[in-house]
Design a protein around this ligand. Structure first.
Ligand SMILES: CC(C)(COP(=O)(O)OP(=O)(O)OC[C@H]1O[C@@H](n2cnc3c(N)ncnc32)[C@H](O)[C@@H]1OP(=O)(O)O)[C@@H](O)C(=O)NCCC(=O)NCCS
Length: 241
């Protein structure tokens, strides 16, 4: 099977949404923030993810997808059959570094308003947030902001891995690493650090350590006696010897 890593295009959004929904179905943060499975509306969630991907494209964020180009011709395994050509089996979404001293541009400001507007339309269309625990969402936002304020010491900013997910059938084949490398190599060339947060300690910490990240802090989002832990990791730029 052959898989290529390409920038996310508008036409790829539905496939990317499906891939992310499946990859994060057992993610601790997802389960904490959508804590009532009977209220979870997968279509509402898909609309929200699609609006976010459109926002990411419009803002020029480095977003990549892993796309199956061809299945193996001989010896078809069960895995190959599920991964048909054209299907998206991985997604990575990064934010480019934003220096603390540079104010937000007006175009990003406009995109944020457009995203809020699309979310409002989705609220009307689906009659709510589709099971999102809104107080928990805002707790997470605040905890994340506090962590960035405390941990982001480099004034040039960080390449921030907002999400990376690989379809279950394609895991352990190097897809996640290739998705991450699409930005980590750029960061190395520019001498810039990278940052991520994972709510899954095992096996993700070991996976990211292999990519050069170091665990720097564990933070917690807590509400109603339920805690969601986040593992904050930084990768300093590698110089070729
Ligand atoms: C985390 C994730 C993106 C990794 O993607 P992947 O395609 O499975 O990882 P890769 O095959 O590229 O493996 C990268 C490295 O980690 C190692 N690795 C992979 N799975 C591992 C595991 N379960 N335990 C330890 N190491 C592992 C690989 O051997 C490889 O190391 P190498 O460079 O020395 O060969 C994927 O597991 C995933 O989507 N998980 C669910 C969603 C999620 O948790 N996303 C992260 C949120 S921050």
């Amino acid at each position: 099977m052959s898989i290529e890593i390409v920038p996310l295009a508008k036409a790829d959004i539905p496939g990317a949404v499906e891939c992310v929904q499946k990859a994060f179905a057992d993610d601790p943060y997802f389960r904490w923030v959508f804590n009532n499975p009977s209220q979870f509306n997968i279509q509402r969630n898909a609309a929200s993810l699609a609006a976010h991907f459109q926002y990411g494209i419009n803002c020029g964020c480095p977003i990549s997808v892993a796309k199956v180009t061809r299945a193996t011709s001989d010896q078809k395994t069960e895995r190959d059959i599920k991964l048909s050509p054209g299907s998206i089996v991985g997604v990575s979404w990064w934010y480019s570094p934003q220096a603390a001293c540079i104010p937000q541009t007006w175009s990003i400001w406009v995109q944020e308003w457009l995203l809020s507007f699309r979310q409002l339309l989705s609220n009307i269309r689906f009659l709510g947030r589709g099971g999102l625990n809104v107080p928990r969402y805002w707790i997470w936002k605040q905890v994340q902001q506090d962590a960035h304020d405390a941990l982001w010491k480099d004034p040039r900013g960080y390449y921030f891995c907002n999400m990376v997910g690989v379809s279950f059938q394609a895991r352990g084949m190097g897809v996640g690493k290739r998705l991450m490398e699409s930005v980590m190599e750029k960061a190395d060339r520019e001498g810039m650090p990278c940052y991520l947060e994972s709510s899954k300690g095992h096996p993700n910490i070991a996976i990211y350590e292999k990519m050069g990240f170091e665990l720097i802090k564990e933070i917690e989002c807590a509400e109603g006696g339920n805690v969601c832990k986040l593992y904050c990791m930084i990768r300093n730029p590698k110089t070729k010897s």
